[in-house]
Design a protein around this ligand. Structure first.
Ligand code: SF4
Ligand code: SF4
Length: 86
């Protein structure tokens, strides 16, 4: 599973959405910092031109477990640093 620094705009996969679980409450839309999500016929979808910064806030916001972000999010202070040269 890819490891993504929170807020990084990378080529990691989009959030995966199980539309059969989505009830169209919109909670994920309000949490997404980039407006990457939209509702289509009452179900959430990733916009075709979306900018996703891989924060996984949409996954955390969904009360139905309809969103899965296929990567692990870490914070900047958790990024392994190179060892200082001797
Ligand atoms: S991971 Fe973050 S930026 Fe990407 S769609 Fe979800 S809330 Fe929006
Ligand atoms: S939070 Fe979950 S149930 Fe609500 S619109 Fe988003 S995916 Fe659908």
């Amino acid at each position: 599973m890819p490891v993504i620094e929170r807020g990084e705009a990378s080529s990691a996969p989009w959030p995966e959405i199980d539309q059969s679980l989505c009830q169209g409450c919109g909670d994920c839309l309000t949490k997404c910092p980039t407006g990457a999500l939209t509702l289509v016929d009452g179900r959430v979808a990733v916009k075709p031109d979306a900018l996703c910064v891989h924060c996984a806030d949409c996954e955390a916001a969904c009360p139905r477990g309809a969103i899965h972000c296929p990567y692990e999010v870490i914070f900047a202070d958790e990024v392994p640093q190179p060892s200082p040269s001797l």
